[in-house]
Ligand binder design. Structure first.
Ligand SMILES: [Fe+2]
Length: 209
């Protein structure tokens, strides 16, 4: 059984996550914030990997904490020069440090084991080329693809409306009681069931050009 530890950060209204298996203490850290160290002190964890749902700088700030040792994973489509350049410049300006190396090997259909639970990687391009969601029964770590209310922007560099629609269609096929764990708490909404977000997601999809 996995505990979802949600980490809100006021800056960027970011939501990061620690997924922890209750039995083994095995954990994945998702989109770590700059303050991730403080959160890790509270838990006894065997961290298997850090996952960036995508590499926009707000979702990778805490990667610095994991310099060496623990792998930092993202989808290969995030490997573009532009995305890496933006990320490196932001990190340098905000922390005067260089980003640790990201392993761009996280692909559609990969399975990650956390104790007895298998987590599936779903490639959901649209907000960025290599955005991913993580699914296991009852739960979806949604990054910036869907929020509790609304969807991620696809009218930005690296975004793509057509791909976004296709990604959202896949999410809408998940069971209705799936909990959506988004990458931001816009409108002070931290989590939602798919059944409660469906109508807004469909409306947003239909209004993508
Ligand atoms: Fe983003």
């Amino acid at each position: 059984m996995i505990d979802v530890i949600q980490i809100p950060t006021t800056r960027f209204t970011l939501l990061s996550y620690i997924l922890k298996d209750q039995e083994t203490g095995e954990a994945l850290v998702i989109d770590p914030p700059k303050e991730i160290g403080r959160w890790l002190e509270r838990e006894t964890l065997n961290i298997l990997a850090v996952i960036n749902t995508h590499t926009h700088p707000d979702h990778t700030q805490g990667n610095l904490f994991f310099h060496g040792g623990i792998p930092i994973l993202a989808h290969p489509a995030e490997k573009s020069f532009m995305l890496r350049a933006i990320n490196s410049i932001y990190t340098l300006l905000s922390s005067r440090k260089t980003q640790p190396k990201i392993d761009f090997s996280l692909n559609e259909g990969n399975h990650l084991s956390l104790g007895d639970t298998t987590i599936e990687v779903i490639h959901t391009p649209g907000h960025s080329p290599g955005s991913v969601c993580l699914y296991w029964p009852g739960n979806l770590i949604a990054g910036d693809t869907v929020f509790a209310v609304g969807i991620g922007r696809s009218d930005i560099p690296g975004g793509n409306n057509t791909m976004m629609k296709q990604s959202l269609e896949r999410i809408l096929e998940l069971p209705e009681d799936t909990l959506l764990w988004p990458g931001h708490f816009y409108d002070e909404k931290y989590c939602a069931r798919l059944r409660d977000s469906r109508r807004t997601i469909v409306w947003c999809m239909n209004n993508l050009l």
